[in-house]
Design a protein around this ligand. Sequence first.
Ligand code: HC3
Length: 418
Amino acid sequence: MESATPAQQQQANGGGGSWGAFLKSIASFNGDLASLTAPPFILSSTSLTEFSSYWCEHPSVFAAPAQELDAAKRALLVLKWFLTTLKQQYASRSEQYGNEKKPLNPFLGELFLGKWEDEAGTTELVSEQVSHHPPATAYSITNLPSGVHLEGYNAQKASFSKTINIKQIGHALLTVPNPSGQPDTYLITLPSLHIEGLLFGSPFIELDGTSYITSSTGFTAKVDYSGKGWLSGKKNTFAASLYPTGREKDVLFNIAGQWTKTFEIHSGPAKHNSKDNLVGSWDPDKSPISELIVAPIETQHPLESRRAWAKVAAGIAKGDLDLVGQEKSKIENTQRELRNKEKAEGRQWQRRYFSVPADGRDAALVSLGPVVGLAEHGDADKTGGLWRFDTAKLEQVRSQPPPSEDEAAKIARELLGQ
Ligand code: HC3
């Protein structure tokens, strides 16, 4: 990612007034992230539907637990994978720190599809915007050879106190088939975050609070996040422990380090950490990410993110804000009219890959949710539903031929105003 140009820096310092105006608008912020009017240089042409891919940029780490016979070690490998995803999720757009931009706000039904092909075999990604009010994105990632499967959905609740603070709503569920028989289920909660560097016009993310992973095999991992304080501490720091569920003091393994840099895995509690009980480590510089393969824009479905937003992205790349505004309005206005029409006709937009359980309940949330403070209904009121990947829908999509050029043009016209 490029760093701010001198002109941007000047704006950031108040020269163009633009960043100053943005800061003022944040101070009276109503919690709706989509409504933030960010200055042009902070606009990203990447939609939030693409962010689902951050869960799996190291497919072999994602699939590794499926090879492990011991349940505690499987839980440790799941924790390790989760920690390796944090750098991609929260720092990859801002490698130099200070360049976190405002992503595109996905429209209902927007899709982002891709796959990884590497030493872990084929791993498929499906991401769909399943709700617009409130905005929520759902995703499914499956490593085909191992059958390891992740699905989940997320929304954000933002507030302002000194900076923009974001609480993530939603959760992820990981299923790990393994040699010992019954597949394990892991329920994963999502960390809170806040934006640092706002005053200097160089926003970046810091994680805070605690997140959990709890498993059907009886293990729980707790991850505490902290950053650089005034007097001490390093940015992007975490300390994690893995213990039998309900026995937090009986730490089996602990992992500590910086989620953007390296971390070390030790057996037992952190107070005993030494070279003798070091059982593993992670260095992102030694483990390059696997590139996600996305179909060329012309062969994508018209609702696929990069095709749908192509003209907006071109406007952002050229710095042509009139074009950006016009093209965004086409999509937003057409979508608004569609929703009004659906409402008048008592219909609902049919999600392509995800469904909500008919009774609004989910077995994994009922059994594991209480361990990590998640409600049985999965915060459905804040995410438009309790979303689960629907394999019957996947089969149906796969059994149909892709839209012809004429059909694609009709979809783009009717659903996106293009
Ligand atoms: C807060 C955020 C949108 C949400 C992003 C989420 C939480 C989405 C789910 C992913 O799995 C993880 C993730 C990573 C980054 C989060 C974004 C960072 C900034 C963005 C705000 C809407 C933009 C705020 C504007 C500005 C200029 C301060 O960056």
